[in-house]
Ligand binder design. Structure first.
Ligand SMILES: Nc1ncnc2c1ncn2[C@@H]1O[C@H](COP(=O)(O)OP(=O)(O)OP(=O)(O)O)[C@@H](O)[C@H]1O
Ligand SMILES: [Mg+2]
Length: 196
């Protein structure tokens, strides 16, 4: 489904490469963990396969086509859902409206289905009261669970999650981990925290 070919990246100079010659294959329906020390380049690698940044060297193919040729914006819109370390929720909305908006923007098969969105938030441990108040009034872990629920309400084939449970406690981490992998046959790339 997703293949990296001789992938290399640096920020300032080639001699400061974060990684070189990364050749990996990610298959549909599987979960993968990208593990490494802080500062080793996990977020950078995820930003490449999510189509947020272009590799300095090498290529990323999605179902046999270079994501550059597909166009990074189109690739992301049609295929990728990202759970950011910093949530990236719409801050002027409730959790429920964050989900409904994402479902509409991505033309999810569940578009407009409030019950589906509410059930997903409940699965992630949000109460009915929490899901209708402004997201800014939620804790970091609650925001993170909303971001995970949002991803699961969209039909993206590739879920890229950067430390998706880094802000969650022991009770909520198992709630989120099964939710991410089980939902549908997709490919997920997960950064380290959920496996630590
Ligand atoms: N926009 C940027 N410009 C320059 N250097 C950057 C930029 N973003 C990250 N870096 C550097 O690249 C290296 C890798 O960063 P990255 O965020 O990918 O690491 P990480 O493995 O995700 O770390 P962590 O586990 O702490 O999240 C770090 O040394 C960081 O300082
Ligand atoms: Mg990181």
């Amino acid at each position: 489904m997703l293949t990296t070919k001789n992938l290399g990246y640096w920020y300032d100079r080639p001699e400061n490469s974060l990684f070189t010659d990364i050749n990996l294959e990610f298959e549909q329906g599987q979960s993968y963990a990208i593990v490494g020390q802080s500062g080793s380049g996990k977020t950078t690698f995820l930003s490449l396969i999510a189509g947020l940044e272009k590799p300095r060297v090498g290529e990323i193919d999605y179902n046999g086509h270079s994501i550059n040729d597909i166009g990074l914006t189109k690739y992301r819109q049609q295929n990728v859902s990202i759970v950011f370390q910093s949530y990236n929720l719409l801050t002027y909305m409730s959790p429920l409206n964050n989900l409904l908006t994402a479902m509409a923007v991505t033309k999810s098969s569940h578009q407009g289905n409030q019950k589906y969105a509410k059930d997903m938030l409940r699965k992630l441990g949000l109460t009915d009261e929490q899901m209708t108040k402004n997201v800014q009034r939620l804790s970091g872990g609650q925001k993170q669970r909303v971001a995970i629920a949002r991803t699961m309400c969209c039909d993206a084939k590739l879920v890229v999650a950067d430390e998706p449970t880094g802000n969650l406690d022991e009770e909520n981490t198992p709630r989120s981990n099964p939710t991410l992998p089980r939902n549908r046959p997709r490919t997920k790339s997960l950064c380290d925290h959920c496996y630590s």
